[in-house]
Structures are given as C-alpha cells and as structure tokens.
Design a binder for this molecule. Structure first.
Ligand code: ARG
Length: 607
C-alpha cells in the first residue's frame, strides 16, 4: 500500500499546487459567519480564534460582541453555536467560561490537510496575491575595516528576512550599503600611491585569503595613520587627495578601487564562512550614490526642506532636541562642503523609490542608528521621496554581549574578530557532532561538514531566536547545546525524520488514511504543522524572524513527544497507521528543513 516516489522527489520537480487553506483560516471564516448570523450588525466582528490547550481552538470574540450588542455573553455564545453547524472542519463545539467557544477539529480534517500539504512543493503555503517590491538594506560592512559582531547580526537577520519575504512572493531587492566612500580614504590612497607595494601579498602567510587581505589592509591603514599624525606635509597631500577622489581623478579612483576589491575578498570570505550568499551586483555602497549628492542637496534646499545654518545645510525637527534642549538637525552638507552619511542615505532613498519602484524600504542596522533613520525618513517624506504608499522601516537590533554582560570585546578592548568566533563555533559543534557521528558510522568528511553546518547554524539561530531589539550574550556552550532552544535540537529532529525514512525502506511516500483516529500527540503535531503558513505570514508582516524560530522549536518539541509516544514503523494499528505516522514524519521533516533554510540554516541528513 506504499506508493513510489522518494520523499524529496516532489521538492525537486518544482511543481507547486494550489495553496492549502489552514484549518484555522477555515474555522475563522465559519465562526465569522456564525457571529454575523447571531448578531446581524456584526458583519466584520473578529472571532479572535486562538489555538487552545482545552480544545483545538478557542474563539473569544463573543465576549466583546456581547458587550457591544448589550447581550448576555453566554446566551450569545449559545446563539453563535447554533449558527455553527458541524461539517468537515468543525467538529465538536461547546460554550465554556463566560462565553468562549471551544472548537475541536475532526481527526479526518487534520489528516486530509496534512496530505494536501505533503502533495505541494510549498507545503501548502500561499503566495501573496499582490506582492510589492521590498528593498532591504543589510550586510553593510565598511571597506578597509574589520567586520564586527554588529555586521554579523545585520547579515544574518537581513538574509533571513529577505528569504522569508521572497518565499511569501514579495519581490525583493537586496542592497548592501557598504561604507566605501569618504574622507578617510584620502590618507590611505595617498599612502598607497607613495608606497605602491604596501598591499602586496606577504610570503609564507598561511592564513586564508580573506584574513590575509584584511591584515594587509589593516597594516596599510596603521602605517598611513602613523604618517598622517606625524607628518604635516603628508597630511596636506592626503587632504588634497580627497578632493581628487571627489573630482573623479582616474588615478585616484583606480587606487581607491584597489581598496574596495581587496576588502571584498575579505567580506566574501566571511560571508562564505557564514554560509550567506551575497551577490556582487547587490553591493551598492555609499560611492554608488555619489553622483546624486549635489542634486539631492539642491532639491532639499529649493523646496525649503533644508536650510543653511552656520554654513551647513540642515533639516530641523520639532520633536528632536539634544540634552540641552537645542534642536538637533540632520546635517546634509557640512560647512566645509563635504557630504555626510545622511546625504547618501537620502540619495539612496530617491534611487530606491524612484528608480527601483520600492513599495517597502527596510534597513537592518543596529539600534544606535535609530535617530539617524528617523530623521532621514522624515526628511524624505517632506521632500516627497517617500510617499504615503511607501513603507520605510528601520529594523534596529541590539548589541551582542560577552559573558560579562558587556558589549563583546576582548580584554584589550579591541573587538573580537568575527572569523575567530565562527571558527570556534565550528570547532565546538564538530566536537559535539563527532561523538554521536562516530556511533552512527559517519565518515570523517560527513563529521566535518556537519560540524560546520551545526556550528554556523548555532550562531545564526542564537541571533535569530532572540527578538531583534534585545541584546544577547554570545555563549557558544549554550548555542551548541543539544537540549533547549537551539538549532542543533532542530537539526537533530530533522535528522531523526530522515532516519525513520531510511529504516522504512527507500522510496516510501506515505498515503493518508483520514478514516483513522488520531492520538493526542498526533493531533497536536498535525495542528502545528497546519500553522506553518500562518507563522510565515506573521514574520513577513512583523519582520520578526524569532517568530519563525519559535514556531520551529515548538514543532521539534511536538515531534519529540510524538516520537516518544507513538511508534511509527511498529504502530499497533497496522500498515494504515504506519502510513499516517510516516506522513507526520515526512511533513515535520520538510517543514523543519524549509523553515531552517529560510533562516539560512542547513539541515544535515544524518546527524
Ligand atoms: N556601513 C554602516 C555601518 O557599518 C551601515 C550602513 C547601514 N545602511 C545604510 N543605508 N545607512 O555602520
């Protein structure tokens, strides 16, 4: 009675069927109709349907409605109940407490729903009917500078949000607004022109290419800085070099380009380690908006949005004041004529709304830049570059802390090298994976690969499972722990589903048997699987990836309980029950792996 087709086959063929309405959406619709039938003026009353431990779902909307209609809530609940006939998704309904409706869903509905999801490439998750264009600004390190843990957060969070939005059907444009422009380059360019070998590769260095690039850049920066501080003439030549850079002098630009290229070698090596794909074409740094700066300032001045103040071009805000009560302006052009960070961001907004036709602008940048974005968005609204239909959101994230609860630094006060952190995470994960891996006969290569996927996954998950605004402690021991809310726990749950299928024999594709009754652990797991699309929609709406992380953690926990209580391959109920349980395993596995993939985390087949 087992059908052919191996488990991943239908995820490979790229065919997606119609989306599967979630059971909660179907119920929501029916309860809404029943509310409207009981109180005709309540056409769009929210039934406030929630998952519940007492029944499968609880509708709490009667209470508010009773208050509005000045009715007795229990009587009203009884009237709603009468207008809610049982059907294929409405099982038992009863009134409880002051006027709640407890609703359970028939077992058959759960099994039928799982079977529809399993037949769909997208696990039944609908695609947005009217997608917009979202430009997301994340992963924006600075040229010739070491990346720090803040850049790690931006990259990990931005990558996950971009993937989730894309899966929801949104058109996503990625923009990596790297710091590749500004007066600081004058000194470095001048130094490199005077010391043409300063960026040459040193011999005998066995560090990887990325690290080697960064240490060359760092060495050059330090030498240039020392000279700049000690030698007035060099200082002057450096300042003139800034002017040449801004004027687009070819030799100066070519030298500047060397810094950008060298830095990209380093960035890409870190992103590679992080298992984050960044397309070179999406790297549009500050320099990319250089040609727009003059016009941006002119437009702001002409429209009166910006005014001159003490030689600088500024925008003022009523509600933004400094400690002394004086207004804090957004400085678009400094009194020396130089353009700042703000002028670039305003130009980038013009480009993103005007040329890229963005309907949503997202910025994944740490919380310390909140005021900057508040002022930039307000200025762009006044200037008409952000119209009412366009959403602009800064998604601020908190600081990564060391074990001492202070911002992550080494004892010497310097930021910890990102690559060292990642290497250490991989080392620890490999040790964890090795123990079990040797028992189940994994090869050395598999152990190494898994160690990497588990270690990097652990770092990403620790970040993504914390709500964005919160600071969190970077604690590797906790991150790679097998127990608790960690990616390793989820990865093990996934690997377990795969191991069940290996034992079941190859090419098993379970058929659903809706006529069979379900155990409580099966129902709980099935209902949670049904909520995957709802969880994703919530993330896409709130831009809070931790909601997906907690959905997946709950899924793995429910699966663990199911697995302990309900034998799969040796189910008492015979082959039909085996198939029903295999279906739960299959869908759990695919949902875990899809969810992890959207968070940028891999799921090894054997762990
Ligand atoms: N490069 C900046 C930094 O390291 C982040 C850029 C954020 N994006 C933006 N459009 N301002 O702090």
């Amino acid at each position: 009675t087992m059908r052919r087709n191996s488990f991943p086959a239908h995820t490979r063929n790229g065919i997606s069927m119609a989306s599967v309405p979630s059971l909660s959406a179907s119920l929501q619709q029916r309860v809404s109709a029943a509310l409207a039938a009981a109180v005709p003026s309540a056409v769009d009353a929210d039934p406030l349907l929630r998952r519940s431990d007492r029944a499968d779902f609880q509708a709490n909307g009667v209470l508010g409605l009773a208050k509005r209609a000045k009715a007795n809530p229990r009587e009203l609940a009884a009237a709603v109940l009468a207008a809610l006939p049982t059907d294929e998704v409405v099982g038992q309904v009863e009134v409880s407490g002051p006027g709640f409706l407890n609703i359970s869903v028939p077992d058959a509905a759960i099994t039928a729903n799982l079977s529809l999801r399993a037949a769909d490439d997208r696990l039944g998750v609908p695609e947005k009917a009217a997608p917009g264009i979202t430009v997301i600004d994340y992963a924006q390190p600075n040229v010739a500078k070491e990346m720090h843990v803040g850049h790690l957060r931006s990259s990990v969070i931005g990558d996950a949000i971009a993937k989730i939005l894309e899966f929801e059907g949104e058109q996503v444009v990625r923009r990596h607004h790297i710091g590749d422009w500004g007066t600081q380059f004058g000194m470095m360019i001048q130094y490199l022109l005077e010391h043409p070998h300063a960026l040459d590769h040193t011999e005998g260095s066995d560090a990887d290419a990325g690290e080697a690039s960064m240490s060359r850049l760092d060495r050059l920066y330090k030498s240039a800085r020392t000279l700049f501080d000690a030698d007035e003439a060099f200082k002057d030549r450096s300042r003139r070099r800034v002017v040449d850079l801004q004027a687009g002098d070819p030799e100066t630009l070519a030298t500047w380009q060397r810094f950008v290229d060298e830095s990209k070698i380093y960035f890409f090596s870190v992103y590679d380690k992080l298992d984050i794909e960044i397309a070179d074409a999406d790297i549009v740094g500050e320099s990319g908006y250089n040609d727009m700066l003059v016009e941006t300032c002119e437009l702001l001045e002409k429209s009166g949005v910006a005014v001159r103040s003490e030689g600088a071009l500024c925008v003022f805000f009523d509600d933004i004041k400094g400690k002394d009560g004086d207004p804090v302006p957004l400085i678009v052009r400094k009194s020396d004529g130089g353009f700042g960070y703000a002028a670039t961001d305003l130009s980038a907004i013009r480009n993103r709304t005007g040329d890229l036709h963005a309907t949503t602008l997202l910025y994944v940048v740490d919380v310390r830049q909140s005021l900057h974005f508040k002022m930039v968005f307000e200025t762009a609204r006044r200037a008409g570059w952000l119209t009412d239909g366009v959403v602009a959101r800064h998604l601020p994230f908190g600081t990564v802390l060391g074990a001492d609860g202070k911002p992550f630094k080494t004892r010497a006060g310097a930021s910890v090298k990102l690559e060292d952190l990642l290497d250490e995470a991989v080392d620890r994960a490999t040790a964890v994976v090795r123990e079990k891996g040797e028992k189940i006969g994994l090869s050395e290569q598999e152990i190494v690969d898994n160690g990497r996927q588990v270690g990097i996954g652990a770092v990403k998950y620790a970040d993504l499972s914390t709500s964005l605004g919160r600071d969190y402690i970077f604690d590797l021991d906790r991150m790679v722990s097998l127990n608790g809310d960690t990616s390793v726990y989820l990865q093990y749950a996934y690997a377990r589903t795969r191991s069940i299928f290996r034992k079941a024999g190859p090419d098993q594709r379970p058929v659903a048997h809706p006529e069979l009754a379900l155990e409580p652990a099966e129902r709980a797991l099935g209902l949670h699987l049904d909520a995957f699309g709802d969880a994703l929609a919530e993330v896409a709406e709130s831009y809070e990836p931790h909601r997906l992380a907690s959905y997946l953690f709950q899924l793995a926990s429910l699966f663990t309980t199911f697995y302990e209580l309900c034998p799969v391959l040796t189910a008492d109920g015979g082959p039909a029950q085996v198939e029903n349980r295999l279906l739960l395993c299959e869908l759990t596995g695919r949902t875990l792996s899809k969810g992890l993939q959207l968070l940028g985390i891999r799921s090894p087949e054997r762990l």
